[in-house]
Design a binder for this molecule. Structure first.
Ligand code: SF4
Length: 97
């Protein structure tokens, strides 16, 4: 398994930086996208991170279809990719591409 490559100009960097895991073990990419990407356990972190669901989400970011659970509540989706994301110790940030 491997991770879909991220282009430098990707509209969103989050699927290459982090995952969210609920207390029940369900994995999501971010707070705007609740589509399950896996479950830990029985899957391992690596199996989810490199799995088909996570990579399909990454592809939807690369081709800007945003059709794998990304919703208009996300500033990147509602701007149709005009914004890009970054993440720092103070949180998730958006700026014009
Ligand atoms: S585009 Fe928005 S909803 Fe989709 S992964 Fe990035 S931050 Fe989350």
């Amino acid at each position: 398994m491997s991770v879909v490559e991220k282009p430098d100009d990707a509209a969103c960097h989050i699927p290459w930086l982090r995952m969210m895991i609920s207390t029940g073990g369900t994995v999501h990419v971010c707070c705007y996208n609740v589509r399950p990407l896996g479950h830990v356990p029985p899957q391992t972190f690596e199996e989810v991170w490199e799995g088909d669901e996570f990579n399909a989400l990454r592809k939807s970011i690369v081709d800007q279809t945003f059709d794998r659970g990304c919703t208009d509540s996300c500033p990147i989706v509602s701007s149709r990719g005009i914004l890009k994301s970054s993440i720092s110790s103070s949180g998730l940030h958006y700026e014009r591409r």
